[in-house]
Design a protein around this ligand. Structure first.
Ligand code: SAH
Length: 508
């Protein structure tokens, strides 16, 4: 039987990529074609298969449309007829000022099967994220969603302004920024109190969110002064006054802060997630990519006589990951590690070990190579055989101090740092002064970052003027200082959670 195409009309939610529905996300992961809008967060596209066909349908209010509505309808029909699973991804809810109905009517006309999945509409998100309960028993029991696209003055208006002005408690206008002067004038003219509070929320539920509050009488002025441009929602009604009490999103410690996270590609996510949870907007700058060593010989030989070792030391989660990947490739698992005691430099490394079923026997008080060396030396290492799987290039303080203490140390490279090209968007963000803070989580992130920029001391200083610098620990901070950077933030605990806490404290 011929494969049958189908169209899923899916609400992407208002902006925060986590506000898509579970169903929407699942269907997106099965898409063969994704037709998406300006307002649908691009991060959602990562849920679709990499080899799907991605089509940007454009449609940004005010500017030229990338595709006409007819063209979009035609695309949906054509791809579905070719037997493909098509996801039509729209910002917010597809049926709320989203032309979802029109697109489905077209599919019906062509006999194409479809399903629709609702989404969190931006009015709901704007209210929630601006601290305005859209209804509240003390204030109102009715709410209206209204398009502000229509010129309120026009004779054949389809909005009953006289009824709307006083007939509904909370009124939310979509696409209302351009017509804000006539919207507020019209509501006042038809009897709404000029002192009614109004909130305008731009890019709701994203790190770019901005909101202002005024009254019907002065909101046009407030919006003009704050230079609020679309996309934004206008929320009119007494409930807006609750914002003084409830505003939570914009009060998170890192709200509005733009942070460049320099990390290895494999590792950025934990730090980024924690910072974003506190309200920051993160840009991920990979300064390191990790690759297999060219020669697995030293590790393979060490594994062959693993029982001879007294200690096996891990100084990073990366070392753990690459070590176990190799072990698995050789057909082994953690049971092969019977014999040596196992030490981790810090809690993250210990957690990685635990994920392989191994509880570290030793965790130093200070989570640095020096701290680990000290902890081992205090136990006595004379005559002990120690295996250290680690990066090809790394500081030698750990093996050296152990050797001085009389140990026999074998170093087995399990990965190497290679330098990726600096993403153009990062350099641009720095040039446009759109970065408040840069985080460094190892010495090599510092040196690679500086090398990638490829600037002289003065140019570097001017590019980074005003940008705060956070370093995870003393070694990283020293490397940054040596490169001419002023370190503003350095946590007492040299871990990712410690770093996040120090950053939050700094900005609070
Ligand atoms: N279907 C969408 C609305 C599309 S109409 C929904 O359900 O949300 C486009 C208008 O939606 C914009 O002009 C703006 O008024 C509003 N809008 C969409 N996303 C928004 C956001 N994140 N923040 C503020 N307004 C938004």
């Amino acid at each position: 039987m011929e494969k049958k195409g189908k169209v899923y009309l899916i609400g992407a939610g208002p902006g925060d990529p986590e506000l898509i529905t579970v169903k929407g996300k699942r269907l997106l992961s099965q898409a063969e074609v994704v037709v998406y809008d300006y307002l649908a967060n691009k991060k959602l596209l990562a849920h679709a298969p990499k080899d799907a066909i991605f089509i940007y349908a454009g449609k940004k209010g005010g500017s030229t449309h990338t595709h006409s509505q007819d063209e979009i309808n035609q695309m949906l029909v054509d791809h579905a007829r070719a037997g493909r699973i098509v996801v039509r991804l729209k910002g917010g809810d597809p049926f709320i000022f989203g032309r979802g109905g029109e697109e489905l009517e077209e599919l019906v006309r062509y006999g194409i099967s479809f399903e629709a999945v609702p989404g969190v509409t931006s009015a709901s998100a704007a209210a929630t994220y601006a601290g305005v309960p859209i209804t509240h028993r003390r204030f109102t029991s009715s709410v209206a969603f209204v398009t502000g696209h229509e010129e309120p003055g026009k004779a054949e208006s389809r909005i009953a302004w006289d009824k709307l002005a006083t007939g509904v408690g909370t009124i939310v206008f979509y696409m209302g920024i351009k017509n804000l002067p006539s919207i507020s004038a019209n509501l006042i003219r038809h009897g709404r109190d000029p002192q009614t509070p109004v909130a305008v929320v731009r890019w709701a539920s994203t790190p770019e969110q901005r909101s202002v509050v005024g009254t019907l009488a002065n909101i046009t002025e407030v919006v003009r002064e704050a230079q609020i441009t679309p996309p934004a929602l206008v929320v009119v009604g007494e409930v807006v006054s609750l914002r003084d009490t409830i505003n939570w999103y914009e009060q998170r410690p890192l709200f509005g802060k733009r942070i460049l996270v320099t990390r290895s590609r494999e590792q950025a996510s934990e730090l980024v997630q924690s910072l974003e949870d506190l309200g920051a907007a993160c840009l991920e700058g990979a300064t390191i990519a990790l690759e297999d060593p060219e020669d697995w010989g030293p590790l393979d030989q060490a594994l062959a006589r693993i029982a001879d070792y007294h200690w096996l030391l891990f100084t990073s989660p990366n070392a753990v990951a690459f070590f176990f990947r190799r072990l698995a490739a050789l057909g082994g698992d953690s049971r092969r590690l019977q014999g040596p005691r196992i030490a981790a430099v810090g809690t993250a490394t210990a957690a990685s070990l635990l994920s392989h079923g191994i509880r570290a026997d030793l965790l130093p008080e200070k989570f640095t190579a020096e701290g680990l060396a000290e902890a081992l030396l205090s136990q006595g290492v004379q005559g002990r055989k120690i295996l250290l799987p680690r990066a090809l290039k790394a500081r030698d303080v750990l093996p050296q101090s152990l050797q001085q203490g009389g140990a026999e140390v074998d170093i087995a490279p399990v990965y190497r740092n290679v330098r990726p090209a600096m993403a153009a968007d990062i350099r641009q963000a720095l040039e446009e002064k759109k970065i408040d803070l840069i985080t460094f989580t190892s010495s090599s992130t510092v040196t690679n970052f500086i090398d990638l920029l490829g600037l002289g001391t003065e140019e570097l200083a001017s590019l980074l003027a005003g940008v705060k610098i956070a370093a995870i620990g003393p070694i990283t901070a020293a490397t940054a200082a040596k490169a001419g950077l002023t370190v503003d933030i350095q946590p007492a605990t040299h871990t990712i959670p410690g770093l996040v806490e120090a950053i939050a404290a700094y900005f609070s």
